[in-house]
Design a protein around this ligand. Structure first.
Ligand SMILES: [Zn+2]
Length: 269
């Protein structure tokens, strides 16, 4: 263990330092602190709870979960959203993984089956009950969510969501969480009909994006309008309407799967 610690202090690495659901970001460069440990941290920082979460550009990535914000030589604590679209996708995804694992560890301290202490296991990302008669094991929670760009000739259906509401009035695609026992296709038909009263056809998968706010996996699709008039579910949406692709409202940020789907529709119809 001692040799291991010395190696870590000497070797350059990416450091994902998380406290209170915020991450330490540098003001310049690639935002995520990178370098030898001693160059980045005050010497009193304990690294005994560091966890290797992957490799980026041939260098190890470490998560350090803190219960309280401590001073770091370089950088300050900020929300991960503040670098969305500003760093490359792989580095953003690694930061998302760090935040999700931090939340997972902090919310799985005790067994949901017998109440005893849960411990990390070191061969995969999981927490296991310390009770020999139980051994209940939990994995990081991931919530699958479909998001769909719906086309009707040269128009796209976009909505103002209640949970996204801001002064900017960002319009985006319809989306919803997959329910237990449901296929992605069933979820798409159900969610779109519930939220807008619209039926769709020609569903095509486009891409996915981990969305660590707090633990979604967004699965992006495009689909064509089939039938129905818009009738908004006011529990979920403020409004929904067809927009001409040449006259779009304020859209989600570059870097989001929502924007990627909208751009795909705009470029292909
Ligand atoms: Zn247990």
């Amino acid at each position: 263990m001692k040799t291991d610690l010395i190696n870590i202090k000497q070797k350059k690495a990416w450091w994902f330092i998380v406290a209170h659901e915020q991450i330490v970001l540098e003001p310049h460069g690639r935002f995520i602190p990178y370098g030898k440990m001693k160059e980045l941290f005050f010497s009193n920082l304990s690294i005994k709870n560091k966890i290797k979460i992957g490799i980026f550009e041939s260098c190890p990535c470490y998560l350090i979960s803190l219960t309280n914000k401590i001073d770091i030589k370089l950088g300050e604590y900020k929300p991960l959203r503040s670098i969305l679209g500003k760093v490359d996708d792989a580095l953003f995804a690694m930061a998302g993984r760090a935040l999700q694992l931090d939340l997972f560890h902090k919310t799985h301290q005790f067994c949901g089956q017998c109440g005893q202490k849960m411990l990390h296991i070191d061969w995969e990302f999981a927490m296991q009950c310390d009770n020999n008669n139980c051994r209940h094991r939990c994995y990081p929670r991931i919530s699958p969510c479909v998001i769909v760009a719906i086309c009707k000739q040269k128009q796209i259906l976009l909505a103002l969501h209640k949970h996204h509401y801001s002064e900017q009035q960002i319009f985006t695609n319809l989306a919803g969480f997959v329910e237990a026992g449901e296929t992605l296709e069933q979820c798409i038909h159900r969610e779109i009909f519930e939220e807008s009263n619209i039926q769709v056809k020609n569903i095509q998968y486009v891409a996915s994006q981990p969305w660590p706010f707090p633990h979604s996996l967004m699965m992006g699709f495009v689909a064509d309008y089939a039938s129905g008039d818009i009738k908004v579910d006011t529990n979920e949406l403020i409004s929904a309407q067809w927009f001409d692709i040449d006259d779009l409202p304020s859209l989600p940020n570059v870097g989001t799967i929502a924007r990627k789907l909208i751009n795909k529709v705009v470029n292909e119809v």
